[in-house]
Ligand binder design. Sequence first.
Ligand SMILES: [Fe+2]
Length: 693
Amino acid sequence: MSETINRRQLLRAAAMLPLVGAGLASVANAAPAGADAPPALPLLPQFDPAPWARQAALVGKKGAYVWTENVPFLPGIPAANFVPLDAIPTIEWWLTAADAFFTIGIDVVSALIPVLNAMNTSTLADARNQMVGQKQELAQYHIRFKNLGNGKYNMDGPRLGIVHYDVTDQDMAEATLLQAEVGRLFNEFWLLLGNVRQNLMELIGSQQGIGNFGSKQGLAEYNAIFGTMPIPDVASNVHDDKTFAWMQQGGFDTNVLRQVRELPANFPLTDAQYREGIQADDGLAAALAAGRVYMCDYVGLGKMASEQATYKVLLGDTWHTAPIVLYALPPGKGDLEVVAIQCGQNSGTSPMFVRPRPDDKDRYWGWQMAKTSAMTAAWNYHEMFSHLGMSHLISEVFTVSLNRTIAPNHPLYQLMSPHAEGDIFINFLAATIIMPPKSFADDIVGGEINLVCEEVVNQRLAWNFHDRMIPNDIARRGLNNPQLDHPVRDDSTRIWNALHDWIDDYVRLYYHNDGDVTGDQELTDYCNEVINIGKMKGFSRPQTVSQLVDLLTMVAYTASAYHASVNFPQAEFMTYAPFGSGTTTAPPPTEIRGHTEADWLRMLPGMFSAVAQFTFLHQLATVYYRPLGDYRTNAFPFPTPFSDPRVFGPDGPLTKFRNRLDQIEAEINEANRSRFQPYEFLLPKNIPTSTNI
Ligand SMILES: [Fe+2]
């Protein structure tokens, strides 16, 4: 038996070799035993008759999951100092991600070739042909994956109740080889994509220009980037005020919006301006008193929004400010209207742009330019704070703490490890590939990249666990106004409550009283690491079963639904640069009247940045892996992590949870029929269990 295990460990370690180029294999140590050993029934540590066994397991995990605050380019962020072997993605993830990445890669290169006038595009054509070949090879791996064990592992079906498979050595070997081959192919694709990027940089650096693709003469050139891919609907509504306002109700980031009862001193909107902008029978004082006024103040961007030009070799001068945007609900209406925009924090230098009436040609383009400034701020806030800092990097703390302190046979490990899957790996890629200077993030955001990273760290450390719990967050920001139609509020509440009910049912199978909570030493250690090493504000050690349920709900919600709500809108709302991007190439307007469309076009990012934005975000937003309710381990052939039949039986809490998710799916589909736009990012089927992309 031990020989078998050793052979399997060897195979799994060998499968990681293609990842050496990414610096991952060298960090591997404790290889997992695989999924072929039946899992033990879960036990709280205080009731475990063999405490030494779980302590030994934790010693091994602590050797693999090691804290650091020296993450490249994000110093001060508590995170794993390397990717442990058992945190490497599964074959399923590689296949899913490769599908999305290869498809978009081929499209982008194909779209670039015809518009790079008379330039040397033979290398691009070669790259496209290689990508097509890689995709064909990938299709073969999909077939081999489905045929593993002649289909006996039911790769696409639910794992409910399957706690153990008898896996033959031959199947394990095939799975291991497959993982290695897909990993190698993925690595080759990334190298190819890097070559394409280098090729483009050289074209720009050669001073020969990049043909019509490098100019900004109209929106057609931005449309051409999409090649054969569908252009998002927002392309038809770039200048639409309703669509702009909808971003705060059902858009890519609704986390900045808050109700205001008085205006800040640096936003001196007058009653006359309010009446003009709301375009309804309404006054400012009445609206404030009724709680119908909302604001997005991007002051939190800090040094990211210098209000000065930042020069970048590939982008030229980029501009980025911290606007203040005022929204309001007209009396009796449920959808927000954008009323006014101030493009910077200083009202002495940034004029108040008030929404003009549609026939006001003199102010139309100045208003569009102000909206572009505001959208750029929202875009940066989303990517760097709401997405990276408050989602990926928050979940990393809980993932590392879980693996270091909670034994594998602890009921909380079985519950929470699927919510932790993939986060360390994807964050490692973010820190080492996306965030470095002159890499992907630097190509698409306006701020100086070192200052951007500094503010990401600040926002991550300022994030408050208690305040961000969904019910608290809704109340804190005044989104609980029943007049306000807010799909994100409503759908997030549905998911939060379902998760809370399921976790409550689950936890009470093992914790029978509050003493069981305070007597759980592993839980205590977990909380101490989260607080003291993870630097998690607003987090406290639970003293009761109810507090434990709240805590776990928040961790699971953040890793699943919250991440989904900021990750997947990227494809629809954030890939089309004229609607929103991370940078502008001209400062915001200082004159309210007399602008032209050409003035607005000058603000839009250059084509290199627009291509990078489309490619990068489309990749991130199209990888759907393991939906909520489908709990699996990450060891082939991926059975359920739950070893207790009470959990997954026909009347068990997991079945109840899955049924509730089905109901929510129907409820949201029904609600979408009467919304300004359907909101589908929190449909349960669209919520991965963990933050893995
Ligand atoms: Fe993400």
